[in-house]
Design a protein around this ligand. Structure first.
Ligand code: PEP
Length: 253
């Protein structure tokens, strides 16, 4: 079975105003047939820009996604957004269980599981984030932490077109630090084994992204690691030049 087509996904977090549309337009302009032949390109702006960016991206190979969803379809949930609303605004995917939400809002694996089901209900792909803290890595429990997160966050019935896993060691996010290539290879290989054990052949086609201080200078090395099927990129996704340079580093398969 061929390896999955890589995905380069940008997470803009709480960054970006309407004035940032030039960066997004530059990303669309830079998404050449050669580049999108190697990797799918997704940008997840703040929700205030979702419709604007979706309109810009219409007819281009660049997709837009959201950074979180509520679990319900609609109702008295002030300030929240349903997966149906995100799809209606033009999203094709949503990030769930990002470590910042797990840490700041105490999001549990059970909540991530429910949000993933909500994403699927609305026809969105779910990008489920997992990853250990520095203390967990130092204690030698990184693998068991990720195993537990996957077991409890990923619902049954996952398919390779609607589930993406992002392995993001929390200590690598926004710090400039990255694990060794050997550590990334080991963790991604282990996640692949778990997905195949649970979902059979579908698990082989599921994309496992690496996230955490991915940048133009380290992208070539990291994106060439077996079972690294692209990246989830925070800081370096805000500038078209950096984001496109990372996408260009995806090896031709
Ligand atoms: C992230 O928060 O998903 C992330 C990978 O951030 P950064 O690339 O800035 O480390």
């Amino acid at each position: 079975m061929p390896t999955p087509k890589p995905l380069i996904a940008g997470n803009w977090k709480m960054n970006g105003l309407r004035a940032s549309k030039g960066e997004f337009e530059a990303m669309i302009a830079g998404a050449t047939p050669e580049l999108v032949g190697r990797a799918d390109i997704l940008v997840c702006p703040p929700v205030t820009l979702l419709t604007l960016f979706a309109d810009f991206a219409a007819g281009s190979p660049v997709s837009v996604g959201a950074q979180d969803t509520h679990t319900e379809t609609f109702g008295a949930y002030t300030g929240f957004l349903s997966a149906e609303m995100l799809a209606d605004a033009g999203a094709s995917a949503v990030i769930v269980g990002h470590s910042e939400r797990r840490a700041i809002l105490d999001e549990t694996d059970a909540m991530v599981h429910a949000k993933t089901l909500a994403a699927w209900r609305a026809g969105l792909a779910a990008i489920i984030c997992v990853g250990e803290t520095r203390a967990e890595r130092d204690a030698g429990t990184a693998v068991s932490v990720v195993e537990r997160q996957l077991a409890h966050s990923v619902p049954d019935g996952a398919t390779d077109d609607r589930l993406v896993i992002a392995y993001e060691p929390i200590w690598a996010i926004g710090t400039g630090l990255t694990p060794t290539s050997a550590d990334i290879e080991y963790m991604h290989g282990h996640i692949r084994d778990l997905l195949v054990a649970r979902f059979g052949v579908e698990g082989r086609g599921m994309r496992i992204l690496y996230g955490g201080s991915l940048k133009p200078s380290n992208a070539k090395e990291i994106l060439a690691i077996p079972n690294v099927d692209g990246g989830l990129i925070g800081g370096a996704s805000l500038k078209a030049a950096d984001f496109l340079a990372i996408a260009s580093a995806v090896p031709a398969r």
